[in-house]
Design a protein around this ligand. Structure first.
Ligand code: FES
Length: 131
């Protein structure tokens, strides 16, 4: 077992474990649109960005090591997560100009619509957190 500090709280982890799995076991939950434990790190969304030693890293692509200090709530991580959500949503203009419930239903499947609503919901949650 090794120790990893996430947002000031020490967590136990297995050497070689993915940081995102350690974060998910901690009290610090964070966004992770393209990650699933059974699929591994796909690394296509960047919504899981965290700060380690003054640099931004994707939590899903980072393997923990003993003594790692991670900040998931700092201003830079939050801004990177929001930027990633904005990229995923294409242009925010599309959603502002036309509510998803109108245009989205007519041209996309229900699954895509549900996924879009989840992404928008996660993005709004990030907006509500203080940076
Ligand atoms: S969850 Fe998508 S890049 Fe990490």
């Amino acid at each position: 077992m090794i120790s990893v500090t996430i947002d000031g709280v020490i967590q136990e982890a297995q050497a070689g474990e993915r940081l995102i799995d350690v974060i998910n076991r901690s009290a610090s939950k964070g966004p992770q649109v393209c990650y699933h434990p059974q699929l591994g790190p796909i690394q296509t969304c960047d919504t899981c960005m965290v700060m380690i030693d003054g640099q931004l890293f994707s939590a899903c692509a980072t393997v923990v090591s003993d003594g790692l200090i991670v900040d998931t709530k700092c201003t830079a991580a939050g801004a990177a997560q929001k930027e990633a959500f904005d990229r995923l949503l294409g242009t925010s203009r599309f959603f502002r100009a036309s509510p998803p419930s109108h245009r989205w239903r007519s041209s996309h499947s229900t699954a895509a619509s549900t996924r879009c609503r989840r992404i928008l919901s996660a993005r709004r949650t990030l907006d509500q957190t203080a940076l």
